[in-house]
Ligand binder design. Structure first.
Ligand code: CA
Length: 504
């Protein structure tokens, strides 16, 4: 069994898989000079004062003292490198790609999108709302549709309400209102919804239907306005009748063999621990590389989780334009946080440090490993849709449920979610695959975790093996041949649209 993990051949530190006692030989020629706590770093060579400490092949910081081979390297022994200046980033230096593995599959069984573009992984009727005011009525109608109508249409997977907190009592013309409005507009167009448009509005809200539907869709065949109906029963009847017409059409959809270039998935992490950057995130990154190589599109996000490693992402950007947009999205978020007087020195948390994450660079690098190694072909503002295929950075908050809603708006039809501490998170609009960073989580949440990457830490499996297993599972879930736990139990979080604009 391995005692520690070295991620990159350039690294001069490795991470202890379990507690390492003083005097233990960790790898050939290196024995621990101190007790090394689980998840913490051990020096693999002599690191003189002022020299870089390297993990993930990047500089985490500079040694504040001479560090001997076998020493415990803790957060007090390194000085942070300067925060990356997003206005002066080098791009393209790592945009070449030497990923030599071959994807074992290049097709999946998906639902072709009648409008072109990415294909669906599920066949769902989504009923979009313009405002939270209608959610109570819509939920009751959806409940009845599921029980009374859906069983008649066996080729449709589900009926879901697209409820959200936006729509009224908001500064609809504030500059940042473009984000929630764009998100709702793009969300209703997610290809898992098969091009069927159905909107329930109130009638006096600020988010008028014409802000989210084009002229050709904005008509009585797609839109119900509750204030135009005579009471509760009429509302329920109207929603059920329109839903049935849509369900009949969706029921005609069939899966067909499509190239993986028609697939668009998202990746995020939540409840991370010291092993996330060693096990689950690199495995997700390997699967992402296989998918991208097969032509698929993979979105990764979480601005605050990548901010301090953004210069590494910039080097992977394919053009100056992509790099510039990456810098702009980071600068926008810096400004957003500054307005809230958020102190970035609060990151990482004491829990992160206890778990072995010395500083924000190390935390960011662990998060970035989810994106694999492929070139970044595009950067999206929150809720924007991709214009290219390949690996894409979609700027969203790191908050799990906000990231989930915003990636759905950008068009993902499946999400991979890596977790260390564990969360029962799920999405109604797309299957979510959960990957645990440690086997102890899989053991206590056996029925909630789909894939355990913890075996990478113990040496029972490799990143490649777990990445391959995840790739295979992604393709099977996308094809409807497997259902991950969150989908099986219908665990779904509320859709939390990112609204940085004022609420009135
Ligand atoms: Ca997250």
């Amino acid at each position: 069994m391995h005692r520690c993990i070295k991620i990159n051949s350039a690294d001069n530190v490795a991470v202890a898989i379990n507690h390492i006692g003083k005097g233990t030989v960790v790898i050939d020629g290196v024995s621990a000079r101190n007790d090394i706590p689980q998840g913490h770093k051990i020096a693999l060579e002599e690191i003189p004062e002022g020299s870089p400490i390297i993990r993930y092949g990047v500089i985490l910081g500079y040694a504040l003292q001479d560090i001997r081979k076998g020493d415990w390297v803790n957060e007090n022994m390194l000085e942070l490198p300067p925060t990356p200046d997003v206005t002066r980033m080098t791009f393209g230096t790592r945009a070449g790609w030497d990923f030599h593995h071959t994807p074992p599959k290049t097709t999946f069984e998906g639902y072709r999108n009648p409008k072109g573009g990415f294909a669906g992984t599920r066949n769902i009727l989504a009923i979009t709302t313009t405002v939270q005011c209608v959610a109570g009525v819509l939920n009751i109608a959806v409940d009845r549709i599921r029980r009374e109508i859906l069983p008649k249409y066996p080729n449709v997977d589900d009926v879901i309400p697209i409820n959200h907190a936006y729509g009224c009592g908001v500064a609809i013309d504030a500059p940042d209102a473009v984000i929630p409005i764009r998100a709702i507009k793009n969300l209703l167009d997610n290809t898992n919804f098969g091009g069927e448009i159905m909107v329930v509005a109130l009638g006096c809200e600020k988010l008028t239907v014409d802000r989210i539907l084009g002229d050709q869709d904005n008509n009585g065949g797609n839109v119900i306005v509750l204030q135009e109906l005579e009471g509760f029963d009429a509302m329920i009847r109207a929603v059920m009748e329109m839903a049935e017409r849509k369900l009949a059409r969706l029921n005609e959809r069939r899966r067909e063999t499509l190239p993986l270039s028609d697939l668009c998935i998202g990746i995020q992490c939540g409840g991370s621990d010291a092993f996330s950057g060693i096990t689950s995130n690199p495995a997700a990154g390997f699967a992402a590389d296989l998918l991208v190589k097969a032509g698929a599109t993979v979105l990764f996000s979480e601005v605050t989780e990548v901010r301090d490693g953004v210069h590494i992402l910039a080097e992977r950007c394919v053009s100056e334009e992509v790099c510039k947009k990456l810098g702009n999205e980071m600068a926008w978020y810096d400004n957003y946080l500054n307005k809230g007087q958020v102190d970035r020195s609060a990151n990482p948390t004491p829990g992160n440090k206890k778990g072995g994450l010395s500083n924000i660079v190390e935390k960011a690098m662990g998060s970035i490993t989810k994106s694999g190694t492929s070139p970044i072909v595009e950067v999206l503002a929150p809720g924007e849709k991709p214009g290219r295929k390949g690996l894409i950075f979609a700027a969203t908050p790191a908050s799990d449920f906000v990231c989930g809603a915003m990636q759905l708006a950008s068009g993902i039809t499946l999400q991979v979610f890596t977790t260390g501490r564990g969360t029962p998170y799920g999405l109604a609009a797309a299957p979510v695959i959960k990957v645990s960073s440690r086997t102890s989580l899989k053991n206590i949440w056996n029925d909630l975790i789909d894939i355990d990457a913890g075996t990478i830490a113990t040496g029972e499996s490799t990143i490649e093996e777990k990445g391959m297993e995840l790739f295979d599972y992604i393709v099977r879930v996308a094809s409807g041949e497997a259902r991950p736990a969150a989908e099986k139990y219908r665990i779904a979080n509320d859709l939390c649209i990112f609204n940085p604009a004022p609420v009135t």
